[in-house]
Ligand binder design. Structure first.
Ligand SMILES: *Cc1c(COP(=O)(O)O)cnc(C)c1O
Length: 439
């Protein structure tokens, strides 16, 4: 689909004033081609561009908007909080209440510190893990994303896979040299790394439900093996629950798998659409943080009263309305509807889903478990699919590697609409030929 004249004009201005026209790279449509739509507003399950075209939205701001856009209770909470002052630089009631909710909800957690993004949460949790263990090495898994933290913008090097090399300019090789990168779904690789270097590892960090390279569902046995290796070598296990925290349920992926990490990171849903991140752990670990301990960490806007109010209102609505169960039911319905559409696809396509998170894996007859198993050819097929859906008034994320999100604002009728549009799009999405719109 071609962006409208207003979107084109605004994006022209954007390209002059913002690098690439955006503040976060994937928004620029580079992975799918064409000009991004520029947004003027959103409500419920609908997002509207500056040409007044509405789209049924399955991006949900990349995960935070579990109630849909501009939920009245969240908007009211933000308004009320803002009237009382937008920032104090001092403790406030809302941050204490939200911290208590995290502690009550998430397994093994006794204390929380709030920050302003998921990246900041991960960066601080890694520093805390290093400070608490006195070790430097960090283990990450190929296909997991943890924000743009220097030590985690690291890809598997060639040859011996575990040694990291920077995946972004500006990250010193010396930083990447402290990161080890392992494939997902591979106990043998875990055994080998921990046997060789286990006593130098501060922490292993993983998205227990990897949802940033498609949705790479892991075998519970693999996650259990990771927990066991960390225990055996007194390394910490960090669950990055920035997507899954308070989306899969109040206990996140930890409760889903019955595994307790040493530290967990949060973002997205916990801020109800405002900039919030958090990291949390047992008191004995968290007290290593300044002012009690020697690991420095701080933030002018951390625990911001307006953002905390949005997070609290979001969790209130989820609890009051049995939201997580409703989302899972809707997810099951989506699995059925999309499953039917995919069975008619002219090329192989499959669906991965957990709760309200879903991913359509093109050119794969079963959803992959590792980043390495996601074929590069799926990108072109996805670009065609994406533009066909956008032309039919449905917004998925502009990249084959991004998942879709359901919110409580999505009805069964919305999911039916997605299923019908998907049938058309799959028929259009000949993986061999890009459509004219992307030229
Ligand atoms: C989005 C995300 C982050 C980074 O959060 P930001 O708020 O974008 O900095 C970190 N980890 C995971 C798993 C994420 O999905």
């Amino acid at each position: 689909m071609t962006a409208g004249t207003q979107s084109r004009a605004w994006f022209e201005r954007a390209r002059a004033a913002l690098p690439g026209g955006v503040d976060s790279p994937v928004r620029a449509f580079r992975a799918v081609g064409g000009t991004p739509i520029v947004i003027q507003g959103a409500n419920g399950q609908t997002i509207v561009d500056v040409d007044d075209r509405p789209y049924l939205d399955f991006v949900g701001s990349w995960g935070p908007l579990i109630l849909g856009h501009a939920h009245p209770k969240v908007v009211a909470a933000i308004e009320a909080a803002a009237r009382g002052g937008t920032s104090y630089g001092a403790p406030c009631r809302a941050e204490i209440e939200l911290a208590e909710q995290v502690v009550e909800s998430y397994p093994g957690i006794e204390q929380v510190r709030f920050v302003s993004s998921g990246t900041e949460a991960v960066m601080s949790a890694v520093r805390l893990a290093r400070g608490a263990t006195g070790r430097d090495l960090i283990v990450k898994f190929s296909g997991c994303y943890h924000g743009h933290v220097d030590h985690l913008l690291v890809a598997a090097g060639s040859g011996l896979v575990t040694f990291g090399k920077p995946s972004s300019a500006g990250v010193p090789a010396d930083f990447a040299g402290l990161t080890r990168v392992l494939p997902l779904d591979d106990e043998a690789a875990l055994d080998a790394l921990f046997a060789a270097e286990g006593d130098r590892i501060a922490a292993a960090i993983i998205e227990p439900v990897p949802a940033n390279n498609g949705l790479l569902m892991q075998r519970p046995a693999f996650l259990k093996a990771l927990r066991a290796h960390c225990d055996a070598f007194s390394a910490l296990l960090i669950f990055d629950e920035v997507i899954t925290g308070f989306r899969l349920g109040p206990g996140g992926a930890a409760a889903h798998y019955g595994l307790v990490p040493d530290l967990a990171t949060f973002g997205k849903v916990i801020g109800g659409g405002m900039p919030v991140g958090a990291f949390a752990g047992r008191r004995e670990l968290m007290r290593e943080l300044a002012p009690e301990g020697s690991v420095y960490q701080a933030g002018t806007l951390s625990g911001n009263p307006v953002a905390m109010a949005a997070g609290l209102a979001t969790l209130d609505v989820l609890r009051e309305s049995d939201g997580w169960q409703a989302l899972d039911e809707r997810g099951r319905y989506l699995e059925q509807v999309i499953g039917e559409a995919l069975r008619e696809s002219p090329f192989p396509a499959s669906l991965a889903r957990i709760g309200s998170i879903f991913w359509i894996a093109l050119l794969a007859s079963a959803p992959p478990r590792t980043a390495e198993a996601v074929g590069p050819a799926s990108g072109k097929a996805y670009a065609n699919l994406f533009h066909s859906l956008l032309g039919q008034g449905i917004a998925l994320a502009p990249s084959a590697y991004e998942v879709g999100f359901l919110s409580l604002a999505h009805s069964r009728a919305d999911i039916d609409r997605l299923g019908e549009a998907l049938r058309v799009a799959l028929a259009d999405a000949n993986p061999g030929e890009p459509t004219d719109d992307q030229a």
